[in-house]
Design a protein around this ligand. Structure first.
Ligand SMILES: Nc1ncnc2c1ncn2[C@@H]1O[C@H](COP(=O)(O)OP(=O)(O)OP(=O)(O)O)[C@@H](O)[C@H]1O
Length: 204
């Protein structure tokens, strides 16, 4: 990880989110230091993706603030790869655009076990294969803070194990991970934010 001695940090203080005329959640607090991970849990529509977008700086909070020290990699449901290109070319293009080192990309491709798909056009990849490609890009970026929105969706059992191990290695190297998922996570010592506990009452 680039500059691994820096004191990475991601914290939320009294965070609230409003979408349309509805306050989705309020009073969300957490503080993540190097090696920490946070599981954002809750049912469909509770606001997990919205919180990830707030943490990424893509959505303004309705109240509260985010404190962040360290670069972020966001993996959401958008795969930033050219659907017409074979996976290898699409990954190379994005790596060049995003400043990802070739060696790091190669290692991540092997790690996610997608090396056998490099000749396949991106549009032909299955849901789980696309998810693996997206997570390979995330891992290859070498940044300290990962924001992962439903990273396990579409993955098979082996894929789940690979991604959980990847997150654990990232933490062991001093990284921080925020994982929005309605699925249980088999990660040790992980903080949990249950967004359903932060839904404001009708008077809010
Ligand atoms: N631009 C918008 N304007 C109004 N409401 C929105 C907007 N974007 C999202 N919402 C609503 O905000 C709520 C939370 O959406 P969000 O995607 O954050 O939930 P989620 O917990 O990630 O859901 P899921 O588990 O289904 O992915 C949903 O009810 C959604 O319809």
């Amino acid at each position: 990880m680039q500059g691994a001695r820096r004191p990475w940090r991601l914290a939320a203080a009294d965070l609230a989110c409003r979408r349309g005329d509805r306050v989705l959640f309020a009073g969300v607090h957490f503080a993540l230091e190097p090696g920490d991970a946070l599981h954002l849990a809750g049912p469909n529509g509770i606001g997990k993706s919205s919180l990830i977008r707030i943490l990424a700086g893509l959505l303004r909070p309705y109240a509260g603030r985010v404190e962040r020290s360290g670069a972020i990699a966001l993996a959401d449901d958008h795969l930033p790869l050219d659907g017409q290109a074979p996976l290898a070319r699409a990954l190379d293009f994005w790596a060049g655009f995003d400043g990802i080192a070739h060696d790091a990309l190669e290692a991540a491709v092997l790690r996610l076990e997608i090396e056998g798909l490099l000749d396949v056009p991106v549009r032909y990849l299955s849901t789980g294969q696309k998810k693996r490609a997206l997570l390979a890009l995330t891992a290859a970026r070498g940044v300290p803070i990962w924001l992962l929105d439903e990273p396990l969706n579409g993955l098979d059992t082996q894929g789940l194990a690979i991604v959980e191990t990847l997150i654990e290695e990232h933490r062991a190297a001093g990284g921080i991970a925020v994982i929005a998922s309605h699925l249980p996570l088999g990660l040790p010592d992980i903080q949990r934010a249950m967004l359903a506990d932060h839904v404001p009452g009708p008077e809010t």
